[in-house]
Design a protein around this ligand. Structure first.
Ligand code: SF4
Length: 384
């Protein structure tokens, strides 16, 4: 790579290319240059070197179901279109029977992960959260329960009048297996106070992460980009996560999340384009040298952008995702789809020359004698 680096990446990134080749950690300054350069293809090419060093052509996905158990929330984050408000979505909170019904509806799909998050709804008692986890394990024994961002953990502890360490321990006893990312969006005091000041701050988010790691829980990490954050704040976010991962080693995957202004208080912000998505995937891959996996969340950045992302640093295409209500409801905003069939997922990955690997939530490969194709319609990728 050293001989051809200048030809491939351009002279302004040659020193970063040398570091990438040597497996050296990139600095804050390097991160800023990767955001600033107009040479996005070079950034993607470099990220792909790292991606292929970790995983070769393998691209992981999971058969999962999402349950967003309530949209009632008292945090009023300005970037959020999910919570119930005047002129927005109607309020709901799911009974345990409703959760059971939704799980049973997808019983023909061999789902290995149930992902549950919701709004901060002060009406729900402590026991509800434990029962929620138990209900999932009851309907789907053996499934991995990935649930509750750090904001929810703090709220669950508050209603239970216990420490968040105790709340985590009780949830683990009920069957919780890991924590999703989310809850902090960008680790920046400025963005926190301007957009989501009622939620926990960066240090509190880190304290929950450290407590989870101590109890042996794995966790995922994210960054919501494309609202008011600067490149400096993005790079600082990545570096803070990298330092935390050095300390705990408990993060499985990093997912950059593409901001959708529709239906939020930030509707004046222009929706993101695919090049921004690809750059965030690529810079994340290059900066987070201690994260094994970078995920492209197709529901937020679309299936075609995810296909490109598999050559820009991403090795994970998330999952089949049944019933996701956070970004937009089924049928809203151009009829965006909320689920892919198994065949669609495999096609999406193979179509761009990558090798699809079904995984469980902890990245163990799942080999099935015969892939089970549930009876669902094949969705054209352009609609996804
Ligand atoms: Fe509530 Fe979460 Fe939306 Fe913030 S992002 S308003 S905490 S549901």
């Amino acid at each position: 790579m050293a001989i051809s680096a200048e030809r491939i990446v351009g002279s302004e990134l040659v020193d970063i290319a040398a570091k990438v080749e040597a497996g050296e950690r990139l600095s804050r300054e390097d991160g800023l240059r990767l955001y600033a350069t107009p040479n996005l293809t070079a950034v993607g090419w470099l990220a792909n070197q790292v991606r292929e060093r970790w995983h070769g052509p393998k691209t992981y996905f999971v058969r999962n179901q999402h349950i967003n158990y309530t949209n009632i929330c008292n945090k009023f984050c300005k970037f959020c279109s999910f919570y119930a408000k005047k002129g927005g979505p109607d309020p709901y909170e799911m009974s345990l029977d409703e959760v059971r019904r939704r799980l049973e509806w997808h019983k023909d799909v061999p789902i290995t992960e149930v992902h549950m998050v919701g709004g901060i709804n002060p009406r729900l008692p402590y026991s509800y959260y434990m029962d929620l986890v138990r209900t999932v394990k009851d309907v789907r024994p053996g499934v991995h329960v990935k649930a509750f961002t750090a904001v929810e953990i703090v709220e669950i502890a508050r209603v239970g009048k216990v420490s968040f360490e105790q709340a985590l321990a009780d949830l683990i006893e009920a069957g919780l297996d890991s924590l999703p990312g989310g809850g902090i969006e960008v680790l920046s005091d400025r963005v926190h106070s301007e957009l989501f000041g009622k939620k926990l701050n960066g240090e509190e988010w880190k304290a929950v992460a450290r407590a989870a790691a101590k109890l042996g829980l794995k966790q995922y990490a994210t960054m919501l980009y494309g609202h008011i954050e600067t490149d400096e704040e993005r790079v600082d976010h990545l570096i803070q996560l990298r330092e935390l991962q050095d300390e705990t080693g408990h993060f499985l995957t990093f997912t950059p999340l593409s901001f959708h202004p529709e239906g939020t208080e930030l509707e004046h912000i222009k929706p993101l384009t695919g090049d921004v998505d690809l750059r965030n995937i690529a810079v994340s891959r290059l900066m987070l040298d201690n994260f094994a996996h970078i995920k492209s969340f197709w529901i937020m950045n679309t299936a075609p952008v995810t296909q490109a992302a598999l050559w820009y640093g991403a090795d994970d295409a998330d999952g089949l995702v049944h019933e996701y209500e956070i970004t937009y409801k089924d049928g809203e905003w151009g009829n965006k789809r909320q689920a892919l069939t198994y065949d669609n997922m495999v096609y999406m990955i193979e179509d761009v020359g990558r090798v699809p690997i079904e995984r469980d939530s902890l990245y163990h490969e799942i080999v099935r004698e015969q892939p089970v194709t549930p009876k669902r319609t094949l969705i054209p990728l352009a609609q996804a």
